[in-house]
Design a protein around this ligand. Sequence first.
Ligand code: GKR
Ligand code: MG
Length: 442
Amino acid sequence: MKIVDMRLTPIAMADPPLLSSYGLHAPYALRTVVELVSEDELTGAAETHGGQGPLADLARARPFVVGRHAYDLARLWLAVGRERGDPPVDDATEQDAPTYPAQTYTLPGEGRLDAPLRVYAALEVAALDLIGKSVGVPVCDLLGGRVRDEVPFSAYLFYKRAGGGGSGQDAREDRWGEVLDPGAIVEQAKRMIAAYGFGSVKLKGGVLPPEQEIAAMLALRDALGPAIPLRIDPNAAWTTDTALRVGTALAGTLEYLEDPSPGLAGMARVRRGLRDAGVGTPLASNTAVTSFADVPAAIQSGGVQVILSDHHYWGGLRAITQLGRVCETFGIGLSMHSNSHLGLSLLAMVHLAAATPHLTYASDTHYPWQDAADEILVGGRVRFKGGAVGVPTGPGLGAELDQDALARGRERYERCGYRNRDDEAEMRRHVDSEWRRVVPRW
Ligand code: GKR
Ligand code: MG
C-alpha cells in the first residue's frame, strides 16, 4: 500500500493561562496534523507537537515518505534517523547543568536532540492508522492486541491565571477561573472529577513556594480521601534538599513524586534521602529519562521508579510497547506524560495503552483544558467515562478528521502569530518583565 501524499497541517487551539516552572501557557497551543494518503485513497492521520520547528522537521522527511509502502516502517525510521543524525544520547549521569538531559530545560517538542524520534513517531502513528483502515482493524490490534478495553487517565490540575484562552474570535469561556491557592485547587479537582470521573489526581507544581504546594496537596488529601491517589510534578523546580522536605511532608500522601529535582543525579539523591528518612515514595520522570539512551543510567542510579513515556518523542507507539517490556524486566513502573493536545493524540495514547500490558498508572492528559470548539475529529470531543476512555473498536485510530475543523485550526494558526511554545516569554509579557526560568528555583 504505497503512500502517494503526505499532508502537513499546522493548527492552533485556544489554551488557558496555565502555570508551571516553564512559565505561563500562551493563549494558543500549537499542534501539527500529519495525513498520509495511500494509492487506494485511504488516509491515516496523526497529531504531534506544533509550531514552525516540528513542521519544518516533518516537511524534510517528505522524500522518505512519499512512494514508500505504509508497512515499511523500520526502514522509514532508518531513513529519518540518518537524515537528522543519530537518536539522542544524553549523558544523563552528569550533574552539571549544561549536561542535564535536554528535556529538563527545553519544552517537550522544542528540543533538537529528539527531533528524528518525534518525526518518525508522527509518521508511524499516521501509517498505523492508514494500515488499520486498510485492513479493517484497530491500531491496538496492530500493536499486538488489547489487554484492556478502557484506559484510565488522571486529572491534571494546574495553577492558573484568570482567562479561558484564545483571543478575539477565538476567546474561550474561562470555565475554571483563577486558581492560586489550596482552596481553588481543591475546587478545580472536585469539578474535574465530577466532569470526567477521574480516579487519580496530579498537580502541576513548581509554581508557588513549596510550602504552599504542600498545603495544596494536603488539602487535596483531606478533601478527596485516601482512595484517590495523588501526585505532584514541579518540573525540577526544587533543590534536592527542598525535594526531601516536600517528599517527607507528603509521606504517605503521594502515589509518586514526579521530577522533583533536575537531572538523574538529583533524582537519585532525592530517592536516597527519602529512603534514609523511611519514605518509600517512588519517583517518576518525564525529564530525566526521555529516551532509551537514558534508561541504563536511570536504572543504575536508582533515581527513577516510574518512567513517564510519551510516544510523541520516544519514537512512536511500537517504541513504547517495547519500553513496557524493558520497564517490566527491571521492575520499573510505566505511565504516560502529556502536553496540550487534541483528540487524535488522545486516541493514539488510548490504543497504545490498550496494547501495553505493563502500564502501571493512570496516564496524564491535558484534554480537559481544551475546548470543544477546537476539536478536529468528526463527532467532536472524545468522551470519558469513569476517568477512562474506551478503546475504539473501529479501524485505525477509530476516528476521522473533520476537514472543516482542521481548516479552522489552520486559520487560527495563521492568525494567532505564535510559531513556537515560549512559556517564559509569556510569563514576562503578563506577570513579571524580569521572569526567567530558574531550575531549581527553591
Ligand atoms: O503543560 O505546562 C505544561 C506541562 O508543564 C507540560 O509541558 C509538561 O511537559 O505535563 C508535562 C509534565 O508532566 O512535565
Ligand atoms: Mg512531568
